[in-house]
Design a protein around this ligand. Structure first.
Ligand code: PMT
Length: 400
């Protein structure tokens, strides 16, 4: 198993997401890790130490002063034993304490003492997460080397919608694996990833666009960076949280995307085009907001946009690996194969975007990876997982 014998300390602080910590422990144990849980007193209001003890098969430590003396020694032992120190959920309070070096309970004391890499999975109300002080605390902790997974955006337990939801246990475990077993097989490679949708202006307030959130491209870019690649992101319009620390070029239209990609392509070893560029643009966009003329139909002329993937494919350099996506709603494999050939790609990721759980603006996808040698089916899975499979295939193609 991937984490056999690895020592992980999991801190749990008081937030509604604490119930998900049991799943984190379960997943880590299935991978063979030895998990030690430290809970704040507030965390025990949301999930019991008994649950965490049962899941981890280790004693759970709650507070410095309410346990037998052996735990006093144990808390420093845990700080030393940790190969990675995770706090999930991490409240605004524990982040603030870490920034100031406050050590007033078992968790804050132990995390202060540890020399292990620290990973935080923040979870709080959107207002608390976006508060200036929390953002400054997060920035300070990042500057000191603390790593973050999430928070995600979405519906919150309090009824608000926005950023602050704890990342899913599967993503937190993925981040832990990334810290403990970094796979650096893309070191030295320059990788360009496109993400998001382009927008074609009709007038200053209207555009032609699509539902691409950037999630698929962002997952690929983050995975390639974690594997050691030097990554450049070229993004159209996106709504998903952008991975940090990746140089990014922002574009609006397909023509902008064409310029950004084709000028950088010759320098790249791997180009993965997950963006959804508009195939057409308005022939005569208006500089001023167009006025409605009641009772009259409005007819627009659209002209074809350049095909970026085809242009990159036509200028393909020896040693380059080119990957495209095919977003289809019918004849998935035939249409995708045609695009593989027409655009001179090495691989195309065919996704039927009409299937629930696949395609635009969801965290999962269903895809078939098509190369000239065959097919790999990727059933419903998180985009982060699919990104790893795509990169594994890219590395296989590069070795062939
Ligand atoms: O961003 P998400 O919300 O996560 O959604 C992910 C996704 C659905 C956008 C992604 O999985 C996907 O399928 N991306 C490709 C969308 C698309 O434009 O597909 P296509 O079949 O129309 O184009 C085929 C390929 O040519 C793509 O690699 C595309 O980037 C490229 N293309 C398309 C048109 C154009 N003018 N120039 C291009 O380079």
């Amino acid at each position: 198993m991937k984490l056999t014998g690895r020592e992980i300390v999991l801190g749990v602080t008081g937030g509604i997401a604490a119930y998900k910590s049991a799943e984190i422990v379960s997943r880590l144990r299935k991978l063979g890790a030895n998990v030690h849980v430290i809970m704040t007193k507030n965390a025990t209001q949301f999930i019991t130490p008994l649950t965490m003890e049962t899941m981890s098969n280790n004693p759970v430590v709650v507070d410095t002063f309410d346990r037998p003396a052996t735990w006093e020694v144990e808390h420093i032992a845990l700080a030393k034993r940790a190969e990675v120190f995770v706090i999930a959920p991490a409240t605004a309070n524990i982040m603030a304490k870490m920034v100031c070096g406050i050590a007033d309970d078992m968790l804050s004391t132990t995390v202060l003492a540890t020399k292990a890499p620290v990973l935080l999975a923040p979870a709080m109300n959107v207002g608390m997460w976006t508060a200036q002080v929390t953002q400054e605390n997060a920035a300070t902790l990042k500057k000191r080397g603390v790593q973050f997974v999430g928070p995600d955006a979405g519906f919150q337990a309090c009824g608000d919608i926005g950023s602050g939801r704890m990342s899913e246990p599967v993503d937190i475990v993925e981040a832990i694996c990334g810290i403990l077993c970094p796979k650096l097989d893309m070191e030295g490679l320059r990788v360009m990833v496109t993400a998001g949708g382009t927008r074609e202006r009709l007038d200053p307030v209207r555009y032609l666009g699509n539902d691409s959130s950037g999630k698929m491209g962002f997952a690929i870019a983050a995975a390639a960076k974690a594997r050691g690649a030097e990554v450049t992101l070229v993004c159209g319009h996106t709504t998903a949280k952008q991975p940090e620390g990746i140089p990014t070029v922002r574009v609006e239209s397909t023509c902008d995307l064409y310029d950004a990609v084709t000028t950088r392509a010759p320098e790249m070893d791997v180009i993965i085009q997950a963006a959804a560029p508009a195939d057409y643009r308005f022939a005569n966009p208006s500089q001023q907001k167009m006025k409605k003329e009641a009772g009259k139909p409005l007819i627009f002329e659209l002209v074809e946009n350049p095909d970026i993937a085809a242009a990159v494919g036509a200028a393909k350099k020896p040693g380059q690996t080119l990957v495209g996506f095919a977003a289809e709603t019918e004849n998935l494999l035939d249409n995708a194969r045609r695009k593989l050939d027409k655009k001179n790609l090495d691989m195309i990721v065919a996704n039927d975007v009409s299937k629930p759980g696949a395609g635009f603006n969801v965290d999962t996808n269903i895809a078939t990876l098509i190369t000239r040698d065959g097919l790999t089916d990727c059933p419903l899975q998180r985009k982060a997982e699919l990104a790893e499979t795509i990169l594994d295939k890219v590395m296989e193609l590069r070795k062939a």
